[in-house]
Design a protein around this ligand. Structure first.
Ligand SMILES: NC(=O)c1ccc[n+]([C@@H]2O[C@H](COP(=O)([O-])OP(=O)(O)OC[C@H]3O[C@@H](n4cnc5c(N)ncnc54)[C@H](O)[C@@H]3O)[C@@H](O)[C@H]2O)c1
Length: 321
């Protein structure tokens, strides 16, 4: 069994990684400053995890968490395109400078591999579909520019210092523990909770924009395969399902699961949003034998069940008080 450090482990994807690693019997450490992550995400396995409350923008104080670590899964970031447009400097500090600090700490500790959470947003305005890793990136937001810069540092740390790094370009990940309450919430938790509470949803654009929505367990699988396999060092790989679902199509599926219509309002598209996104996942499949296990529809049902259960528990708690 190995020692894993999940940087950003109190977040949505990070906490799903922590859970999967513990299930496999690994020793798990977490670094997080709870900027966007939540303590309740770690609650179910808090006793089994060694938590280091650290801010990755502060290089000093990171080394302790890295001592004796085999693998680093770097998830920590301010993960929002609109937020990066409002605060490009703050996003840079966490997503680029923070990544550099983590790379330095990983190099000093001599870890076996670091897997970095990159993003499909780096393909940006390049209209070609599906997105392949050989395409020229064309970021449309400070967030995407930062992810591309961070990827470049990961590659350079492999080339210059021999630190094995692999970047995974996630495509619209969704699932349990994704925060629907954040000002910058992702669309699926937002639409599910709006549907459950019979609130109107806002659709930016005509709803025909499409995404390669990826259920979180598929991304967890990609991380674990990429970490423990020395292949793919210095490389970047799409991590997705290889499908394309429109927002209107997703809403229709959700209405079917919910059993009633979801009220919606269509408004102007948001700056920085790309119209369509779909991954070619051949490289990840061929390099790491990755195979997405959970389809979009089944992931949507599981995520819906999770939020419905949360809502029912909340209602019970309120009626007891
Ligand atoms: N969710 C997606 O669809 C998606 C898509 C592409 C890429 N990503 C990337 O995946 C990673 C995880 O995303 P997520 O959706 O789980 O987001 P999240 O906000 O739930 O998780 C990010 C975690 O990083 C922590 N963090 C932020 N700044 C920090 C700092 N300075 N020091 C220490 N910890 C800090 C947060 O508290 C949080 O726990 C991010 O790097 C994100 O950019 C996510």
């Amino acid at each position: 069994m190995s020692v894993y450090l999940v940087v950003g482990g109190a977040g949505f994807i990070g906490s799903n990684l922590v859970e999967a690693l513990l299930e496999r019997g690994h020793t798990v450490r977490v670094i997080d400053n709870f900027a966007t992550g939540r303590r309740e995400n770690l609650e179910p396995f808090r006793a089994q995890v060694e938590l280091f409350e650290r801010d990755i923008t502060q290089a000093r104080g990171l080394e302790e968490a890295f001592r004796g670590v085999d693998y680093v899964l770097l998830q920590a970031a301010l993960p929002s395109v609109p937020r990066s447009i409002e605060d490009p400097v703050g996003t840079f500090r966490t997503n680029v400078e923070g990544t550099l600090n983590v790379l330095e700490a990983a190099r000093a500790a001599g870890v076996r591999k670091l897997v970095f959470a990159s993003s499909s947003s780096i393909y940006g305005s390049n209209p070609e579909l599906p997105k392949r890793e050989t395409m020229l990136p064309a970021p449309m937001s400070p967030y995407a520019a930062g992810k591309l810069a961070a990827e470049t540092y990961c590659r350079v740390y492999h080339r210059v210092y021999g630190l094995p790094t692999t970047c995974l370009r996630y495509f619209n990940v969704f699932g349990p523990r994704q925060n629907p309450a954040s000002q910058y919430a992702a669309v699926i938790p937002l639409f599910i909770t709006a549907g459950l509470h019979d609130r109107e949803v806002t659709v930016y654009g005509d709803g025909e924009q499409s995404r390669d929505f990826t259920y979180v367990s598929n991304v967890v699988q990609a991380n674990l395969l990429a970490a423990e396999n020395p292949a793919g060092a210095g490389g970047a790989f799409n991590a997705a399902c290889g499908d394309r679902i429109t927002l209107n199509g997703m809403l229709a599926m959700l209405e079917q699961i919910l059993g009633r219509d979801i009220r919606r309002k269509y408004v102007a598209p948001r700056p920085g949003d790309v119209p369509h996104s779909q991954a070619d996942i051949t490289l990840l499949q061929e390099t790491f034998s990755y195979k997405p296990q959970i389809s979009f529809h089944s992931g949507l049902q599981r995520t819906f069940d999770y939020f419905k259960d949360l809502m029912q528990r909340d209602n019970r708690d309120h009626s007891v008080r």
